[in-house]
Ligand binder design. Sequence first.
Ligand code: SF4
Length: 384
Amino acid sequence: MTTPVRDLPLLFLGTGSDPASERGVDCPGELPAASDPGLVERARAAKAALGDQVFVLGHHYQRDEVIQFADVTGDSFKLAQQAAARPDAPYIVFCGVHFMAESADILTAGHQQVVLPDLAAGCSMADMATFDQVEECWEALEDAGIADDVVPVTYMNSSADIKAFVGRHGGVVCTSSNAKRALDWAYSKGSKVLFLPDQHLGRNTGVLEMGFSLDDCVVYNPHRPDGGLTHQQMRDAKMLLWRGHCSVHGRFSKESVDDVRARVPGVNVLVHPECRHEVVLNADQIGSTEYIIKTIEAAPAGSAWAVGTELNLVKRLAGAHPDKNIMFLDKTVCFCSTMNRIDLPHLVWSLEALARGEVVNRIEVDAETAHYARVALDQMLALP
Ligand code: SF4
């Protein structure tokens, strides 16, 4: 029996953890005070003491105070690959969120230990698809007589459990850079796709890049019996979109786009495909985090860009390109609150613990889950 997300007990920050979801919040041990003026020096000293023993990964959405200690920066998949390419480092400190650290653990060698400096750094989107809910959805597809025609595709931003589910059912993982290639492959294997957990990436790719109509896509709501769909609706659909979204990118609206165009004549609107369909339809360019960075780098001096992605990244891009007018697409602040859980005190705490030989906040995926998740990840790497 599935427990609807709304019925999960509330976990106050720092009190308890939920290993079955992205909402782990326990942080054992003493954290240094955020006001400690020596934090930067302590992080430097601990990292220097660890030397090649540690490899620090920093996601593009991390705070400046953390990203300065990253050995490599990137999106979630690039970072997991980078971790796997450094088998000489026994400790991987992942400054990102929980599902990313899981992917790094899956892709790295057995002797490497992955540390997430704050276990409260989860991802609200990944939490929108739990294993039980997805199992229940699959049963509904079986009852509708279409499960054999459906290939599951999950976005990288999902838990290891969901990646493993997809691996077990002959599907594939995708990123925002290769979603079209993953869908092309999936439709060569079956006539329908169940796209998890981000409805927007699925819809935007299906409609804008695969030529589907909006009516070809139906939304499966895990909080309603049979996802709120009739069997006929399931049978008629080409794409079943899981009802999940990113709480950061989902905030941008068509009004944000109209407003910036009115305020800044000639502005280019550049957004991430996790944004809502109405936003990408009204944008000038759409692309992954890496695409956004490259586009801004290549833009001519004097050009104006309104960027619809996480605020830490937009601020860093603006700082790195003072010759261009780079602004945040929305008027209100839009950080990823869970990414921002990783701060300097947590980084110092985890590095100093490692320097003492103590591994804290290790993220470890069990062998069977890791095996099937790897099947789906390897299928992504093998995409034509
Ligand atoms: S930006 Fe969105 S998808 Fe990325 S970690 Fe935050 S909530 Fe999850």
